[in-house]
Design a protein around this ligand. Structure first.
Ligand code: GLN
Length: 234
């Protein structure tokens, strides 16, 4: 099985390496026609405005939007998640073009600038249930967005408690900690065949998110096969 990795900028090499570790070929995607033969796509972290500009330059928007509309599995990490969201706030004046599809509103730089990047163990029961291993995943948050609102069809896979004043130097290391000064933000979601994480699993040695996405791809392929077989006679 081959999975596409949008390779315009950002951490696409790291995604390809993570896929290789679990025995899957990652195909670097830079041209619209490459998407035709692929059944799934990962959009890496990086910088979402640059990614959008490069996608425009390479005329990728129509093919990418078709890809999402066809229900093919797409996973956005960090900037990739921003790109995949229907709405982004905290963007530069004039806005930025989004691919859309994921019924979420994201804050593009919720935690602040580069100096407020951090790591935290986040609880992801769904990941442990499907992939085994510990209930927590080491989240790498680099100029990370957060999901502020998610639509009714969006399944929340993980959230994180953060100080309500967003002074990110003191972001809760224990996601379960309860305090009046903390608020929860959504950090991982699934909506049908779309997956979004605000953090960077490709920058860790833990490949469970990649395996999890691959299972989504397998399920989508099975569904496609059974629906194209049609209803048997008699
Ligand atoms: N906040 C960044 C953006 O707007 C994303 C950062 C990242 O992907 N590490 O694109």
């Amino acid at each position: 099985m081959a999975v596409g990795v949008l390779a315009l900028q950002g951490s696409f090499n790291e995604h390809v390496a993570a896929l290789r570790k679990i025995g899957v070929k990652g195909v670097e995607v830079r041209k619209p026609e490459q998407l035709e033969s692929l059944s799934a796509l990962i959009i890496p972290g990086g910088e979402s405005t640059t990614m959008a500009k490069l996608a425009e330059y390479h005329n990728l928007f129509p093919a990418l939007r078709d890809f999402v509309k066809m229900g093919k599995p797409v996973w956005g990490t960090c900037a990739g998640l921003i790109f995949l969201a229907d709405k982004a706030v905290g963007v530069k004046s004039g806005g930025q073009e989004l691919l859309g599809g994921l019924d979420c509103t994201v804050h593009r730089n919720f935690f602040g600038s580069q100096v407020y990047s951090f790591e935290a163990d986040v609880l992801v029961p769904e990941l442990a249930a499907k992939e085994g291993g510990p209930e927590t995943f080491r989240g790498v948050f680099i100029r990370s967005p957060a999901i502020l609102e998610a639509g009714p069809d969006v399944e929340i896979l993980a959230d994180l408690s953060v100080p309500s004043d967003k002074s990110t130097k003191s972001v809760a290391q224990n996601p379960e900690e309860k305090s009046e000064t903390l608020e929860k933000v959504i950090i991982a979601v699934k909506q049908g065949n779309l997956l979004g994480t605000v953090f960077h699993p490709e920058l860790t040695a833990d490949t469970r998110w990649h395996s999890y996405f691959l299972k989504m791809v397998g399920d989508a392929n099975m569904q496609n096969c059974s629906s194209s077989e049609g209803v048997p006679d008699g």
